[in-house]
Design a protein around this ligand. Structure first.
Ligand code: NAP
Ligand code: MG
Length: 492
């Protein structure tokens, strides 16, 4: 698809109640192409009033017989239809993501488009498999009366879904697919940097046959539109993916309001290479773990722990890969790494690298942002051979920055890996089965990979220990997140 044609067809309004709408204030804000810094569109800057309108649409749709009493098999078919439509419009959606988020077109096609279709199809299957149980109650009072209990899982209601900018389409689908499968309705707020595919997703859902108001998209700023969504009394559940900092604000508000909330937050995921691992495999694995999606991945393998005897060899190998990566527009076939999502994010990442250098980290690859057009930062490897307390060891960068550290015995490596406020992902690289089992047991993280990293699947629960979040997405566990248990008790 030609970029010119794409630009001419971008949807630049919010999608509420089955219609495209402007913000009631008429205000808009700019979204950019991070590869050039050029403005690509103006989208509505929704505020509390727009949010209230979208919630009213979602509430009306939730209460309507057309949605609430819809046969689960019909919900399933609608989700499958949406997956088909996403694939049919795959080139357009992937190109939109490349244009607005910066990732390579091929990646966008495979991961955002392909992943979205896969997640939708998996979740579609759950629509017809939501079940409760029948219980014989243990207390028989008054004498002669018996009771039978049963449980049902009923949709939680109107869901506020707030997502980040790293995988705009896929993150939106991770929220809406299970919510819709369970019979909820949704108001989705995409990140201010990347609203375009979310708008198109809502339009395609309407085209697939979801009733008006079942999926609404409000664009706007987190502090205004996002905050208004979280505190609105007619929201039954908030599902949020983003930073731990914002997660704390949302969690506190939901705590005060006794509102259901799921939080998928930040990470500082360790990669631990064991002595037996082939260095070539470790080098390739570590480079993929951190540089995938330009390091803008919540589970990015950003801390590398290496046996001291192999430190120089493996760090040198990862640095060589970093130096070889070709940066450029995601539309160029030769590009291996795109820009970061925004000028603000580029400056944050560059600032953190500078801080790491000032604190005594040795920059062995990259280490600089480009001055020219676009928001590029060279993939960066920082050797921290003396294990100095660099900020880079503890703080999430959310960019292509790896800090590598040696260890002398494995207990020390496990202790260092677990010394983090985060606990989202981790990987262990070894062919020794007993070592792998011991480490998967001891590492504090929601997902521990062995000989791979960043591998996610709709069937596998995903979420964080510690400050990386509350709750799990995907798999069977997701049904609990979008339903309430209702107990029903019969006396006879
Ligand atoms: P962010 O600043 O926390 O923003 C995430 C979303 O929350 C955006 O839509 C944002 O809107 C909105 N928001 C901001 N302030 C808000 C408020 N006070 N109330 C309600 N909503 C608010 O995160 P980000 O910079 O977009 O994304 C990067 C972060 O996400 C990283 O920390 C990363 O680790 C995390 N992440 C986690 C996972 C996971 O599954 N665990 C996956 C991906 C990313 P605006 O865009 O308008 O600010
Ligand atoms: Mg933001």
């Amino acid at each position: 698809m030609q970029v010119k044609e794409l630009l001419a067809n971008i949807r630049t309004k919010m999608f509420v109640g089955g219609r495209f709408v402007d913000a009631h204030s008429g205000k808009t804000f700019a979204v950019f192409n991070p590869a050039t810094g050029a403005e690509i569109a103006q989208v509505p800057e929704g505020d509390a009033e727009d949010v209230a309108g979208a919630i009213a649409s979602a509430r009306t749709a939730f209460e309507s017989n057309e949605w609430r009493r819809m046969a689960p098999a019909t919900r399933e078919r609608l989700l499958l239809k949406l997956a088909d439509l996403i694939e049919q419009h795959g080139d357009e959606l992937a190109a939109l993501e490349t244009l607005n988020q910066g990732k390579q077109f091929g990646f966008a096609k495979m991961l955002e488009v392909g992943g979205s279709a896969q997640w939708l199809r998996y979740m579609a299957g759950w629509a017809t498999k939501i079940e409760g149980s029948t219980l014989d109650l243990s207390i028989g009072f008054p004498p002669g009366v018996q009771y039978q209990g049963s449980t049902r899982r009923v949709p939680v209601g109107v869901v506020a879904a707030i997502v980040p900018w790293n995988f705009p389409l896929l993150m939106a689908v991770w929220k809406i697919a299970p919510a819709l499968a369970c019979g909820c309705t949704v108001v989705l707020k995409p990140a201010e940097e990347t609203p375009l595919t979310a708008i198109r997703l809502a339009e395609l859902a309407f085209e697939a046959g979801f009733p008006a108001g079942v999926l609404n998209v409000v664009t706007g700023q987190g502090e205004t539109a996002g905050a208004a969504l979280v505190r609105h009394p007619d929201i039954d559940k908030v599902t949020f993916t983003g930073s731990t900092e914002v997660g704390r604000i949302i969690g506190a508000q939901c705590g005060r309001d006794i509102r259901r909330v799921s939080l998928e937050l930040g990470g500082k995921s360790p990669v631990i290479v064991l002595d037996d691992c082939d260095p070539r495999k470790a080098i390739e694995g570590a480079a993929n773990a951190i540089f995938f999606n330009h390091g803008q991945v919540c589970t990015a393998g950003s801390r590398l722990y290496l046996p001291r005897s192999k430190f120089s060899e493996i760090v040198g190998g990862v640095a060589a890969i970093a130096d070889s990566l070709v940066l450029g527009s995601g539309f160029e076939e030769t590009t291996q790494m795109g820009p970061l999502v925004s000028a603000r994010h580029r400056d944050k990442v560059a600032g953190m690298i500078a801080e790491g250098r000032a604190q005594g980290g040795e920059i062995v690859a990259g280490g600089r942002a480009f001055d020219g057009e676009g928001f590029f930062v060279r993939p960066t490897v920082v050797a921290n051979e003396r294990r100095k307390p660099l900020s880079l060891v503890n703080e999430e960068v959310f960019g292509p920055v790896l800090v590598a550290m040696p260890y002398d015995d494995i207990d020390e490596a496990v202790h260092a890996a677990n010394t983090s406020e985060y606990g989202l992902g981790a990987s262990v690289w070894t062919n020794q089965l007993d070592s792998a089992l011991r480490l998967t047991d001891r590492i504090e993280a929601g997902t521990v990979w062995v000989n791979t990293h960043n591998m996610l699947d709709p069937a596998m629960p995903f979420g964080g220990f510690k400050s990386s979040g509350v709750g799990r997405e995907h798999g069977r566990a997701i049904i609990d997140a979008y339903t309430e248990t209702k107990s029903i008790c019969f006396a006879y």
